[in-house]
Design a protein around this ligand. Structure first.
Ligand code: ZN
Length: 482
C-alpha cells in the first residue's frame, strides 16, 4: 500500500527534486524507512545516529503531529498523506479595552480610517485599540517590510523596529520599505521615513542593535505584540523564549524560496516555538535566504498574513492562528493547515520548565565562535590573489564550484560544477592525489564542502576565501555580482 509523502523544499535536493513521493508502508515508521532507503542521503537529515527521528523534524499524518498519535507506529493507509516539516527562520482584551476608551481620534484620523470604522468588527473601539497598540517588529527586511507598511496604514499607534543593517542593493527585490535611493542608508531610518510617509500619526521607535539575551526582555516589555521577521535560528529561539517569559504573543512567519510558514505562538493559551521545534537544526544544514534564495513576492504574502494576525489580536476579532501552523506553497498555490499542540514537557512553557531565563542562543544552536587557531585554519584556505597566480602559472589543480547550476549561469570562473548537495555522490569525479580548490558565492558553502572533502580523505582540498564575490571585487571587476 503506498502513501503520499510531502517533501519540503530544503530536502527536495535529495529526492530528485520531487515535492511528493509515493512510498509503501503500513505505519509512519515503515514509510519513512522505505523513503530513506530509496533516497539514502535523507537518512542523515531525518534520523540521528541512534535511529531516532531528529528533534528539528516534525512528522504529520494529514493534519496531526505523530507525537500525539502513535508516533512512528501510527498506522497509515492509502488516503493518508505524511508531511515532513523541518524548522526553517494580543493584548489582553480587558486591559486593551480600558486603555482604548481613553484614546481619541482626530477628525483627520476618522476620515483616514473610515473604511475600518464603518465595519462593525473594527468600529470606533477597534480603531482606538489599534491606536493604543504597541507592536515590535524584529527586523526591517523582507517580512518587516509589508508588516511595517500595513500596520502603519491600519493605524497601529506605536511601531517599534529592531534592526542594525544598512540597505543593500540585493534587498530591493523584496524589501519594499526601502527604495533605490536608500541603498547604503540605515534600514531603520529608511523604514521610519516610509512609514511616516504613509501615516504621520504613527510613533515609530527604532532600536539600532542586534537583539540579544541581554536586551530582549527590556525591549519587549514595552510592547503588546512581538512580530518575528528574522532569518536565523538563534534569534527565533531568543524571540520565543523572551515572549514566553513575558507572556506576550509572538506572531511568527518564515520563508524559504517558494515556501512560507505562519502561526501565532502564545504560551498563555497554546504552544510555543519550542513545543514545535525542541531542537534547532545543526548549523549549515538549512540554507539561509542569502544562500538558497527567496521569491521576492513571498515575504510580501507571508508578512501580510502576519500583519493580518497582528491586527486581529489587537482588535480581538476572529479566530487567531494560535495552535495552527499554516504552510503556503507558492508554486502549487496551496495553503495547508496543521494543528500545533502544547508540549507538556516543553522546556520553557511546559509544566516543569528547565529554562527560566534567557540563555546563550548561539551556543544552543551550535554556532561556534570564529576559529582562533588561525594558523591551522589558513592551510585549508586560498585567497583569490593566490588562485589568480596559480591560474596564470598553469598550475595543476582541480577547480570545483559547489553552487547551484542557475548560479553558475549568472557568473562563473570555470571549474567543475558539483552542487554541495551532490558532492557526497560525486566525490569519485575528484582525484585524491591532486590539489583541489573549491569555491561558492561567498566561501560559506565551499568551506563546508572542504571540511567534508577533508574528512573523506581529500587532504589537498582548499576553500577559496570570499568566493566568486571576492574574485569579482578584487581580480575581475567586469564580472557581475549577485
Ligand atoms: Zn513550549
Amino acid at each position: 500500500m503506498s502513501v503520499k509523502v510531502f517533501i519540503p523544499t530544503p530536502l527536495r535536493a535529495f529526492t530528485e527534486k520531487r515535492d511528493t513521493v509515493e512510498v509503501d508502508g503500513k505505519t509512519v515508521g515503515e514509510v519513512l524507512k522505505n523513503l530513506v532507503s530509496r533516497y539514502q542521503p535523507l537518512q542523515q537529515h531525518l534520523y540521528q545516529d541512534n535511529g531516532a527521528l531528529r528533534g528539528y523534524v516534525n512528522i504529520y499524518v494529514n493534519e496531526e503531529d505523530i507525537r500525539y498519535l502513535a508516533k512512528e507506529k501510527t498506522p497509515v493507509g492509502e488516503k493518508d498523506a505524511i508531511s515532513i516539516i523541518p524548522s526553517i527562520a494580543g493584548g489582553k482584551d480587558d486591559e486593551a479595552h480600558g486603555i482604548a476608551h481613553e484614546v481619541l481620534l482626530s477628525n483627520d484620523e476618522v476620515l483616514r480610517y473610515s473604511r475600518h470604522l464603518i465595519m462593525p468588527e473594527v468600529g470606533m473601539l477597534g480603531q482606538k485599540k489599534l491606536k493604543a497598540a504597541k507592536v515590535l517588529l524584529i527586523g526591517a527586511g523582507g517580512l518587516g517590510s509589508p508588516l511595517g507598511l500595513y500596520l502603519a496604514a491600519a493605524g497601529v499607534g506605536k511601531i517599534g523596529i529592531v534592526d542594525f543593517d544598512v540597505v543593500d542593493a540585493t534587498n530591493l527585490q523584496r524589501q519594499v520599505l526601502h527604495s533605490t535611493g536608500d541603498v547604503g542608508r540605515s534600514k531603520l531610518e529608511s523604514a521610519r521615513e516610509t512609514i511616516n510617509g504613509i501615516n504621520p500619526y504613527i510613533n515609530v521607535e527604532t532600536f539600532e542593535t542586534r537583539l540579544t539575551s541581554e536586551n530582549a526582555l527590556d525591549l519587549f516589555a514595552g510592547y503588546d505584540v512581538i512580530v518575528d521577521g528574522t532569518d536565523n535560528f538563534p534569534t527565533r529561539y531568543l524571540v520565543n523564549d523572551a515572549c514566553v517569559l513575558l507572556g506576550k504573543p509572538n506572531v511568527y512567519g518564515s520563508i524559504f524560496r517558494f515556501d512560507g510558514q505562519v502561526t501565532v505562538f502564545d504560551a498563555r493559551q497554546g504552544p510555543c516555538y519550542r513545543c514545535l521545534y525542541p531542537a534547532p537544526p545543526p548549523p549549515g544544514l538549512v540554507p539561509s535566504c542569502a544562500e538558497g534564495g527567496v521569491l521576492g513576492v513571498l515575504p510580501g504574502i507571508v508578512g501580510t498574513l502576519q500583519a493580518l494576525e497582528t491586527i486581529k489580536l489587537i482588535i480581538g476579532q476572529g479566530d487567531s492562528l494560535v495552535g495552527r501552523l499554516v504552510l503556503f506553497d507558492a508554486l502549487k498555490f496551496t495553503f495547508r493547515e496543521l494543528k500545533l499542540r502544547k508540549n507538556p514537557e516543553c522546556p520553557i512553557c511546559g509544566s516543569a520548565p528547565s529554562i527560566t531565563s534567557l540563555i546563550d542562543y548561539e551556543l544552543f544552536c551550535g554556532i561556534e565562535p570564529p576559529v582562533h587557531d588561525e594558523e591551522s585554519h589558513r592551510q585549508f584556505e586560498i585567497t583569490v590573489e593566490e588562485l589568480k597566480r596559480r591560474m596564470d602559472r598553469n598550475d595543476d589543480f582541480i577547480l570545483v564550484d559547489v553552487r547551484e547550476p542557475h548560479e553558475f549561469e549568472i557568473v562563473n570562473i570555470g571549474g567543475r560544477l558539483v552542487p554541495l548537495a551532490d558532492l557526497p555522490n560525486r566525490m569519485n569525479e575528484l582525484d585524491l592525489s591532486r590539489d583541489i580548490v573549491v569555491y561558492c558565492k561567498s566561501g560559506a558553502r565551499s568551506g563546508r564542502a572542504v571540511n567534508f572533502l577533508r574528512t573523506s580523505g581529500f587532504t589537498r582540498a582548499k576553500n577559496l576565501v570570499g568566493g566568486i564575490d571576492a574574485w569579482a571585487q578584487k581580480i575581475d571587476p567586469r564580472l557581475p555580482r549577485y
